[in-house]
Write a protein that binds this ligand. Structure first.
Ligand code: GDP
Length: 329
């Protein structure tokens, strides 16, 4: 190892490394030669995910514990900090709004405060994972970085605090802090709480067994879906900019849950998908954002980023992964 190489080696800390985006981002950073520390509230869950081969150094920690966060930053001396941690289910946020506020808002306040106090040595750059749920029913479409935020859910509200504080610590306390307003990002690693995984899992089971049933909520709900692997590229690019900023990260195209369902069954060679699917009132959500599409022109122009996996390619990727999973179980 040459000393020149050592100087070039950058260190990143990922809070929330066990999640879907944590997986894709750590893979990307390790591939670029970073030293990566991954922070998790439950490091044992990381080893059970069998991702050790990546070489991520896993630390235990929770953004809510300010002293522990301070310790982690002292120990790792990162150049870049990615915050992907927090509670992420929109539906579940109605059941425990305080938990969402603690994990998604208070924790970010702690981290930004610590970052603003670093006056010597490397001043790390910070990425905050914000969410399209912050827009709520804006009445505007497409939405961009300047669209007013009117969250409709506890999850969305908890993310607005974190996003707003990221901007204020950038503006007033000189922290290199960027926020990504991320639209729905999917992958085979999604849990079944999310509609894409729920549909793929049930459809593949029906395909393999020749029978079964899939019960969904609102088939007319529309989402702007991207592949998580594309989204983490944008996240990394944000921290490579001299000027920190906010960026909408979206495919820019809306598709309905019905279109997604039809596409999944079609890929499996099943044309009469309605035989297997029913739609009932989705009782977990007092309100649902029915359709918001994101305008990523700023990310395209300033970061040179675009969502490169199309809707059909995303379906193929998700269904093929689910097929592999269910036929090797
Ligand atoms: P979200 O956008 O983060 O809430 O991601 P989800 O994947 O949970 O939901 C995407 C959209 O699918 C929402 O508008 C849901 O109301 C709609 N949807 C329809 N049926 C279902 C279902 O059975 N499960 C889930 N999770 N969402 C559903």
């Amino acid at each position: 190892m040459t000393s020149e190489w050592v100087c070039d080696l950058r260190t990143a800390v990922i809070f929330g490394v066990t999640g879907q985006d944590g997986f894709y981002l750590s893979r990307l950073l390790i591939g670029k030669g970073y030293r990566v520390f991954g922070v998790s509230r439950d490091p044992s869950s990381y080893s059970s995910l069998k991702r050790r081969e990546f070489g991520v150094e896993v630390l235990s920690g929770d953004l809510v514990q300010e002293n522990r966060v301070d310790e982690i930053l002292q120990q790792s001396q990162p150049d870049e900090i990615y915050n992907l941690a927090g509670e992420s289910s929109v539906a579940s946020s109605w059941k425990d709004p305080a938990k969402y506020c603690l994990a998604n808002s208070v924790g970010v306040g702690n981290l930004l405060k610590i970052l603003s106090g670093i006056s010597t040595g490397t001043k790390p750059r910070y990425f905050q994972a914000a969410s399209s749920e912050m827009f709520g029913e804006t009445g505007e479409t497409p939405v961009d970085e300047l669209t007013p935020l009117k969250p409709k859910t506890p999850y969305g509200a908890s993310k607005v605090f974190a996003h707003t504080m990221t901007g204020r610590f950038r503006d007033f306390l000189n922290v290199h802090a960027s926020s990504g307003l991320l639209f729905n990002q999917e992958s085979p690693l999604r849990s079944e709480k999310y509609v894409t995984k729920k549909i793929c899992k049930a459809a593949v089971r029906i395909h393999l067994q020749g029978s079964g049933h899939l019960s969904l909520g609102n088939l007319n709900a529309k989402r702007d879906w991207s592949f998580a692997g594309d989204v983490v590229e944008a996240i990394w690019l944000m921290l490579q900019q001299d000027q920190p900023d906010d960026f909408v990260i979206a495919s820019g195209i809306l598709h309905s849950v019905e279109q997604f369902t039809e596409g999944v069954f079609r890929h499996l060679g099943i044309s009469d998908w309605r035989r297997y699917v029913s739609s009932k009132e989705f009782d977990l959500r007092p309100t649902d954002v029915i359709a918001t599409v994101g305008n990523s022109s700023k990310a395209r122009k300033d970061l040179g980023w675009k969502s490169s996996t199309s809707f059909d390619e995303l379906i193929t990727l998700l269904v093929d992964a689910e097929l592999r999973l269910q036929t090797t179980m």
